[in-house]
Design a protein around this ligand. Sequence first.
Ligand code: SF4
Ligand code: SF4
Length: 142
Amino acid sequence: MYSRILRLRFPKTISTQPIVCYLTKDYDLVFNILNATVLPRKEGVMVMELSGSKKNFKDGLRYLKDQGIQVENASQEVKRDKNKCTHCGACTAVCPTGALAVERPEMSVRFSQEKCSVCELCVPACPTRAMEIHPTNQAFFE
Ligand code: SF4
Ligand code: SF4
């Protein structure tokens, strides 16, 4: 069994669910959606664990790419360096999942790792470079 955690970026012109279901129907792959964000008139980001035979896995990835979906390794996580964060709030404007949010009445910015889809939008948005990408142990698929 071949299994990897992937991040799928959907262009704003296509919907996500029917395409992902074809991975099971046509390629005999099992998927477990870990996080999904699809906003109207914006791109969608989905993080999923995908499992199956290596051949089916590669065929399924080719299918996704043919649909215009960008497939990336998601074996990384985003962390915040608390020492660099000034709680300016700039990242909360771009975070699509609410992982970064202003807490009231303190007006401090809270980061929830569990809600993070690793979309990386906050990384360039942070003026102090407090949001950092860290690789995890899982290797990228060939
Ligand atoms: S943009 Fe950077 S410095 Fe500002 S609240 Fe977010 S993580 Fe902190
Ligand atoms: S990577 Fe940053 S912007 Fe994206 S969901 Fe995680 S905290 Fe929010």
